[in-house]
Ligand binder design. Structure first.
Ligand SMILES: Nc1nc2c(c(=O)[nH]1)N[C@H]1C(S)=C(S)[C@@H](COP(=O)(O)O)O[C@H]1N2
Ligand SMILES: [Mo]
Length: 228
């Protein structure tokens, strides 16, 4: 199903409040994000590393891009880049980005659609308990519990630091799971699958020893659940 066919349902979830949040976040002056200006002077601090577990960086044009939402949903859905960028409600978030290997980028602004808004389009069936993310690199997977997936700080992201998410960073569309370490945010996202069980260990890095729940902690907006 394409988004246009949904008509009234989609209009119903577009709200002025979300656009306001977007505007005010983007208008935050740079000086407020880095009051001393010192962060920018440290050579390696504040820089993203580019990660891919596959040899080549995958590539997909915005025109060819489709995000499938399937599994235990009422309406298996395919969203275009335009659906994600223009037709679904937009949410902006500014948080630190942190990798378990120790690097961290502070105050990174993202724009995208809340995963909860994407899931609402497809209609999650009552039997679903987990959400699996598939990358078009053909290898990487990640997952969240349904409760984690419905948090307001979990985005299907198209914009990073004011620019379209680049190929290196997992564009045209990637996950951004703000309260968790970077490995929970699947790059080159092509499919969101609703399931009723833990699939394997829960993800690529989970199979290599990382925690299933990758909470960063209070520095990233905090969370209400204990780390398991
Ligand atoms: N498909 C895919 N997604 C991925 C990864 C990857 O190798 N492949 N690495 C993860 C890890 S460990 C981190 S820290 C972030 C890094 O995002 P970046 O490459 O945009 O800095 O992406 C995460 N998502
Ligand atoms: Mo990472």
């Amino acid at each position: 199903m394409v988004l246009g066919a949904l008509g009234v349902g989609v209009v119903g979830i577009l709200t002025g409040a979300k656009l306001q949040e977007l505007t005010s976040d983007l208008l935050l002056p740079v000086t407020l994000r880095d009051p001393t200006g010192l962060t920018a002077l440290l050579p390696l601090a504040g820089r993203f590393r580019i990660y891919s577990v596959t040899k080549e960086l995958p590539s997909r044009s915005r025109d060819d891009y489709q995000l499938r939402v399937d599994g235990l949903v009422a309406r298996p859905t395919s969203l275009s880049y335009g659906d994600i960028h223009d037709r679904l409600p937009q949410t902006a978030l500014t948080r630190d980005f942190q990798c378990v290997t120790g690097w961290r980028v502070q105050h990174v602004p993202w724009i995208g659609v809340r995963l909860s808004d994407v899931l609402a389009v497809a209609g999650v069936m009552p039997t679903a308990t987990r959400v699996v993310f598939h990358s078009f690199d053909g290898t990487y997977t990640e997952s969240l519990s349904l409760e984690q997936a419905l948090r307001p700080d979990v985005l299907v992201a198209h914009t990073l630091q004011g620019q379209p998410v680049s190929r290196e960073h997992g564009g045209p569309v990637r996950m951004y799971v703000a309260p968790m370490y970077g490995y929970k945010s699947c790059k080159w996202l092509e499919r969101i699958e609703l399931v009723d069980h833990l699939v394997g260990d829960g993800g690529y890095w989970e199979s290599r020893g990382y925690d299933l729940d990758g909470w960063v902690g209070a520095s990233n907006g905090g969370h209400d659940e204990p780390t398991s």
